[in-house]
Design a protein around this ligand. Structure first.
Ligand code: CO
Length: 163
């Protein structure tokens, strides 16, 4: 499958709460997952939610040191009380960056690519990317949470049609 076009802000597709994948089967989703990974890599992203390619289902891809990690129906089981503020961007909101405060560490459950239930801990940038992508499948964007837009404010203004 080739790469897919990325849905851009302020599309309403990015505001939909994505549905749970009830009958995950590796074979049925492998082409979509491959295509999402290719799309993420081609756009130099470190995470991608299915909503961003126009599919409102609870599937995200997160880049890790070991490669792209697909997570199906990811859930946050625990968020650390300790927060960290760092700069974020989003493939759906090109050229815009902002400071977002998020938990430093999280515990996540999900179904992995093979269809197994997994639970793991993530911290730092890895945790941040997972939280950012889970926001996507809940219809939320980093600009909703950013306490400061550090660059690209002029691009956001262009899109003031949303809301
Ligand atoms: Co994003």
């Amino acid at each position: 499958m080739p790469t897919m076009p990325i849905i851009l802000y302020p599309s309403k597709i990015l505001r939909v709460v994505s549905t749970t994948i009830k009958d995950y089967k590796p074979k049925a989703y492998s082409a979509l997952i491959e295509s999402m990974i290719e799309t993420m890599v081609a756009n130099k992203g470190i995470g991608l939610a299915a909503a961003q390619i126009g599919k409102n289902i609870r599937l995200i891809i997160v880049q890790t040191k070991e490669g792209a990690l697909p997570l199906i129906n990811p859930k946050i089981l625990f968020e650390s009380w300790k927060k960290e503020t760092s700069e974020e961007g989003c493939l759906s909101i090109p050229k815009v960056f902002g400071l977002v405060k998020r938990s430093r560490a999280i515990k996540v459950s999900a179904i992995n690519r093979e269809g197994d239930k997994i639970e793991f801990r993530a911290e730092g940038l890895f945790a941040r990317v997972i939280l950012h992508e889970i926001d996507h499948i809940n219809g939320a964007l980093f600009i909703d949470k950013a306490k400061k837009i550090t660059s690209g404010k002029e691009y956001l203004k262009q899109y003031d049609g949303e809301k």
